[in-house]
Design a protein around this ligand. Sequence first.
Ligand code: SF4
Length: 480
Amino acid sequence: MHELRRNPVPAANADSPAADSPAADFPVSAPANAPKVGFVSLGCPKALVDSEQILTQLRAEGYETAKSYDGADLVIVNTCGFIDAAVQESLDAIGEALAENGKVIVTGCLGAKKDASGQDIVMKVHPKVLAVTGPHAVAEVMNSVHTHLPKPHEPFFDLVPDHGVKLTPKHYAYLKISEGCNHRCSFCIIPSMRGDLVSRPIGELMIEAENLFKAGVKELLVISQDTSAYGVDVKFRSGFWNGRPVKTHMTQLVEALAQLAKQYGAWVRLHYVYPYPHVDQVIPLMGNGHVLPYLDIPLQHAHPDVLKRMKRPASGEKNLDRIQAWRAINPELTIRSTFIAGFPGETEAEFDYLLDFLKEAQIDRLGCFAYSPVEGAAANALPDPVPEEVREERRARVMLLQEEISAKRLQAKVGKTVRVLVDEVNTREAIGRSAADAPEIDGVVHIKRSLAPGKKLAVGQFADVLVSKADAHDLWATVA
Ligand code: SF4
């Protein structure tokens, strides 16, 4: 029996209770037929933490750790790529694992390293390894383990499906890409409750997205507090997906999701996007039929002084110019936004400025709230609060204007064919949503069943429908 080189669980730390008793960390033992993974951990303490996280996940999923190469069904080598000697030690460790076991997954710093010609060093020296990732890639490593060493079904361990427990209907799901927020909008207390922005690793998000698509999700809704800021907290560091580096950045995430959605014939919809310049790069991606030409941009106001008092992100951006430039690239683009009427200090002139902006911008979908003080929000201390009846009256004026705008924009769709995703089928009609309609917040498309003899629609199915009528919120159509 050949012992593993450096194995942080059983071999390297004989005092660890886990060394001799795999059950010591867990209230129940792994099943007798649990697949066994050998682990070789090299490198610095940061690499050690990565190893611990991978081992924790392996054990949580019911895998066993093996102490020797021949007792393992597969070996993971966590490498170091710092100095030449460390690179050589890592390459030797991979070679040894391949020779002794044959099934090897490589992770860690050397996995991200390329030679002068741009070739992956690990693949060049050891082309037989099953998969290679860089550091901090727990989800990516686990994905490779699932591919090359799937667990047998265990009714007591496998109570949760790969895509987790979802509260949404089977055909759409939310993908939360980050938590918290780095902004300090004066009317909002989210940062004080949830803290600063923490972006989820991109490899983990892509695996979650793929599991959702595999489970039948046809529309993935990307959410966060600020989708455009994705990756700022980790300085846009590279993660791994499908064996290649991908930056923790909004545009790269959307590109990767676009590819995946195309593969599974699904839609991706973007929410809570702020109008930063880099969002311009996302608009062209909306032409492929999978990233929907839809942006949910919470603008909250239009007047620069009100935006300043609100401390809004991207308040200096020329939002009107930006919206017009986006529509020039993709005339199908639907813009949803929310606004606040009667923010402290809002003058009649500032409110009129907002109405003029709305007339010009022709926002497709709009929600407007009368300002309401939230306990703990900095805006409560601002001077010149607007009386409640004025706030309400201004909100009503915005909504009245929006009715007109929305009715006109929806009327322009009559006679056109649009693709819908069917949400509901009842005895009278089917109800679907087009690219312009996010679930719960926007309108719907009513599809007359009687005008489509022989056509059967099912929930979660895409259909092309011919629009015959519109009001200020919804469309009516027949199957095209
Ligand atoms: S309203 Fe402002 S502070 Fe609150 S979550 Fe949104 S961007 Fe962050």
